[in-house]
Design a protein around this ligand. Structure first.
Ligand SMILES: [Zn+2]
Ligand SMILES: [Zn+2]
Length: 672
């Protein structure tokens, strides 16, 4: 059951030529297809192919298409060990059969008909790289949806397994996918060192029983690129030191004794489907773009239309500029080219918010939405929305990748994510970044002219961004514990009540949430009620306060109650710094001098307010103990955008056309 087998196949294969190819063969005066002598190495994971390989070669021999010998060269416990130990064969004239040959062999034995299931599998799994267990899951799901209830799985599990493996054998011979070792010894070009993180995981007690591989045997996970793995006794291969990758464990366990199946993607974009029936992708969004959105939209369209050239483009747009709408023209174009598009974000909230909007804009396009727990894991699609984690399951598939909020946690804290996203794209594909707060290295590339970009300093409704006001509060934690009154916080609550507004109150740490929520409910509200009797009505039970953080058991419920205006004041951490938009709300940041609030976080937080046409302004308070560089930077940046936006709309006003000044909305610049 375990391990894999290396075969040597020597002999002559005479593959019948398919009908379509006959005319060209006839032109060359060849009536008989050529015989091909061969010296192949065929690696088969034993548990998969042991039963089916023999059948295949026997069939070929009976039909007179193959003459020669098939020998088992070696058996090994793991795929990668086998390759490592027997690679010298390849150097001595033995080669692995190329996909084209495998395909011919398959056509020769197509008497065992597996076509229907395979063609559905290919559709569903194109571009993906999956563990064997995941492919099995996909087949089960496909059968459950495709076969009438009465006919589903008549065989017992053993027979079903054999049939499943036969199907894969045929798919492999057709060149529909490649087997890769899930883990390989040696250091690949695109790996990263994961040792420090592993030791940290071990320290937390999350990894038990395993030993970190020593530094002299370097292993690399072929799915996530982590170098350094954990070795444990393994039930499936029986080895005491089978390796697995703890880094991408959340996505299913990658083991050295398991193969990774990389499914082919069509090399040429599939435009035939549109040319045949004159069907074209239409964007049904009816709104109007603001001048800033229009400029970005045009720049993006030029970027994807240009063959070759730039492969990366940054849309640097302030919070509330309306990024999604800027994508529509570009998406319409690439979808009409039959290209595959991925929209990805480190934030699941962002994906969940985008998915219905994109599906509504492109109702005829198959959209596949992927996140942990999504029910569309193996759905075929043309437009994919996925969290950055999910891109681990793709390889070289997408023509265009859009990364929304690429600077958001945890994208740059986890080296596997940028690696996975870049591998999901075709080598010649294009990447679009969307963010209000590019990380310093990206901003640096913009400054040096190394990154093509467009800057949109203006919100879609044309009103300026709210400039934060600083109101120092001193040592607030100590004051709260001593039940002193924080006047700036009282002022904020006053403002919310007086103006019928809703408030975000950001705090630095999860443990501050309860402290502050309790303080507001038990100290400030009763105090305000007593001190200003005419406020009593406004400070009544209607003023609901709630707290939420990333691991809160009812996070989704609380945010949705806030969205529906059932909560007046939400005490929260930076998890709500982006993605959630609530009209008629204002923001205060208590402890805005804390290190968790860097300039980017403060800009994103300030960007929560004034995002709707009905409520375009909003207020932002910073309530720090001290002044910090981050706060000053954030304020300076926001003021600078407002200045730029004023200049642009001024110039717009004068020439009456967004094209008039030549550089209409922000500086669109081209990198080298
Ligand atoms: Zn991994
Ligand atoms: Zn194993």
């Amino acid at each position: 059951m375990s391990g894999c087998i290396l075969y040597r196949v020597a002999g002559t294969i005479r593959v019948p030529v398919k009908k379509e190819a006959e005319s060209s063969a006839a032109r060359q005066g060849e009536s008989e297809p050529p015989s091909q002598p061969m010296r192949w190495l065929l690696v088969s994971p034993g548990s998969v192919f042991d039963q089916t390989d023999r059948v295949l070669w026997a069939q070929l021999q009976r039909a007179g298409w193959f003459q020669g010998q098939v020998d088992v060269v070696a058996r090994a416990s793991s795929w990668s060990r086998l390759l490592a130990e027997h690679v010298p064969f390849a150097a001595s004239g033995w080669v692995f059969p190329p996909a084209s040959l495998r395909r011919s062999v398959w056509q020769a034995v197509s008497s065992v008909h597996q076509g229907r299931l395979l063609s559905r599998l290919v559709q569903a799994l194109a571009g993906r790289q999956l563990l064997l267990s995941e492919v099995k899951q996909a087949v089960l799901e496909l059968q459950a949806t495709a076969e009438p209830a009465g006919q589903a799985r008549p065989e017992n599990e053993y027979d079903w397994n054999i049939r499943f493996l036969e199907t894969l054998q045929h798919g492999y011979l057709q060149g529909l996918f490649d087997w890769l070792p899930a883990m390989a010894p040696g250091r690949g070009a695109s790996g990263f060192r994961a040792g420090a993180r592993l030791r940290w995981l071990k320290g937390l007690g999350w990894l038990k029983g395993g030993t970190l591989s020593s530094s002299d045997t370097v292993w690399q996970c072929n799915r996530c690129g982590a170098q350094e793995v954990v070795t444990v006794a393994c039930a499936s291969c029986g080895r005491k030191d089978c390796a697995y990758c703890p880094h991408c464990l959340d996505m299913g366990r990658v083991k050295a004794c398991q193969p990774l199946l990389r499914w082919e993607a069509a090399e040429e974009p599939d435009t035939a489907q549109w040319e045949g029936n004159q069907k074209a992708v239409v964007c049904t969004w009816q709104g109007r773009l603001s001048p800033g959105q229009q400029a970005a939209s045009e720049a993006l369209l030029r970027f994807v239309q240009e063959k070759g050239g730039q492969q990366e483009f940054l849309v640097w747009a302030v919070c509330g500029a309306g990024k999604t709408e800027m994508l529509f023209d570009m998406l319409t174009y690439v979808l009409n080219q039959g290209q595959k598009v991925l929209v990805t974000s480190p934030r699941r909230d962002v994906i969940l918010e985008l998915a219905p909007r994109l599906q509504a804009a492109f109702p005829a396009v198959p959209v596949c939405v992927l996140y942990g727990g999504s029910g569309e894991r193996f759905k075929p699609g043309q437009l994919f929305l996925a969290t950055t984690h999910q891109t681990l399951r793709f390889a070289r598939y997408f023509d265009v990748v859009v990364i929304d909020e690429e600077d958001a946690f945890p994208y740059h804290h986890d080296p596997m994510l940028p690696l996975a996203v870049s591998r999901a794209r075709k080598a010649a594909g294009k990447t679009v970044y969307l963010t209000a707060t590019p990380r310093p290295d990206m901003a640096g590339r913009v400054k040096r002219g190394d990154l093509a970009h467009v800057l949109i300093p203006q919100r879609f409704h044309g009103r300026p961004l709210a400039v934060p006001r600083i109101r120092p509060v001193g040592r607030w934690r100590k004051k709260i514990r001593q039940k002193e009154k924080l006047t700036p916080l009282i002022d904020f609550l006053f403002h919310l009540m007086d103006n019928g507004r809703y408030g975000y109150l950001f705090v630095p740490q999860v443990r501050d949430i309860e402290l502050v929520q309790h303080y507001v409910e038990e100290e400030l509200l009763p105090f305000m009620r007593a001190a200003w009797p005419m406020l009593a009505e406004k400070v009544s039970a209607l003023f609901t306060v709630a707290g939420v953080h990333a691991a809160h058991p009812d996070r989704v419920g609380i945010v949705s109650r806030f969205r529906q205006h059932e909560i007046r004041l939400l005490v929260t951490t930076t998890i709500l710094e982006r993605g959630v938009t609530i009209p008629f709300s204002d923001v205060a940041v208590l402890g805005s001098d804390d290190a968790v609030f860097d300039a980017a976080a403060l800009i994103q937080i300030a960007g929560r307010v004034g995002r709707k046409t009905a409520d375009p302004v909003g207020y932002v308070w910073f309530l720090p103990e001290m002044r910090t560089k981050a706060q000053q930077q954030a304020i300076r940046q926001i003021k600078q955008w407002n200045r730029l936006a004023r200049q642009l709309s001024g110039s717009l006003h004068r020439d009456g056309s967004p094209q008039g000044s030549g550089r209409p909305h922000g500086s669109e610049a081209r990198g080298r």
